[in-house]
Design a protein around this ligand. Sequence first.
Ligand SMILES: NC(=O)c1ccc[n+]([C@@H]2O[C@H](COP(=O)([O-])OP(=O)(O)OC[C@H]3O[C@@H](n4cnc5c(N)ncnc54)[C@H](OP(=O)(O)O)[C@@H]3O)[C@@H](O)[C@H]2O)c1
Length: 263
Amino acid sequence: MNNTSADTTTAAGLLAGKVAFIAGAGRGIGAASARLFAREGARVLLAARTETELKAVTEEIRAAGGIADYVLCDLADPASVRAAVDRSVERYGRLDVAFNNGATGQPPGPMDQLSEADFDRVCAVDFKGPWLAMTAEIAAIRATAKRGAIVNTSSVGSLMANPWLPAYGAAKRAVNSLTASAATTYGPEGIRVNAIAPGTTLTDMLYEWDEKSPGTIDQLNSRTPLGRAADPDEIAQAAAWLLSDRASYVTGTVLRVDGGMCA
Ligand SMILES: NC(=O)c1ccc[n+]([C@@H]2O[C@H](COP(=O)([O-])OP(=O)(O)OC[C@H]3O[C@@H](n4cnc5c(N)ncnc54)[C@H](OP(=O)(O)O)[C@@H]3O)[C@@H](O)[C@H]2O)c1
């Protein structure tokens, strides 16, 4: 272990001793994950664009006894993504696991009504972003921990037609493909790569969609066998397990965490 004594955690937990990079960690699923991974013993580096949110979650984790720091990162900016991932190594001396969870939504509507600018933005953040992040993470894991795990956040929208969020759904399906390809490429050196496909989850992204298309949450819940939306922590739990050594023989999968919506 190449960390300072001040950073060393002795806490037992699912992710004890691991350094975790979390993109999109300022709110929603990413913030819940940062809190959970720290409770499970990881030293966490939170990344996103909004400093106030990152700072608030980081301070909350520290106040609860966890080890956390944050870095500004725009997934649409390659240099910023590489610098953010590298910050894990500068700050904690290594990188073991990464959760590529940050993403942007699109204005809901049929594809012929989507502007080219919105299409390009979704592709840059939701498709190219995870590729950039994985590329930097593989290099950082290879250079330090040697073995590790990556989880990308996809969506149930990647598994079905998505008439109201067509660019978003396509970008998430592309993430599933990148995940499978990465799992195949890096499996032989002990780096596992999986995706999670959340269903309806109570975060700002979902509330914004519901605001633009009122009734969306109720409609989605009516198609969900468990009959309700997820709390962000319920998605974080799946990511934590996939990143942990308990999932040591799981790679290349897209794990639905969707209350049965796609069953
Ligand atoms: N909520 C759902 O129902 C649902 C369902 C399926 C999948 N998902 C997926 O779950 C993940 C988390 O979403 P959420 O629901 O928790 O949404 P959220 O509350 O809006 O959080 C999104 C996070 O991503 C960050 N982000 C957005 N654009 C970014 C960029 N260009 N660069 C870096 N970070 C960026 C945001 O921070 P900044 O804006 O400060 O950068 C924020 O921290 C996403 O991949 C989303 O597609 C969500």
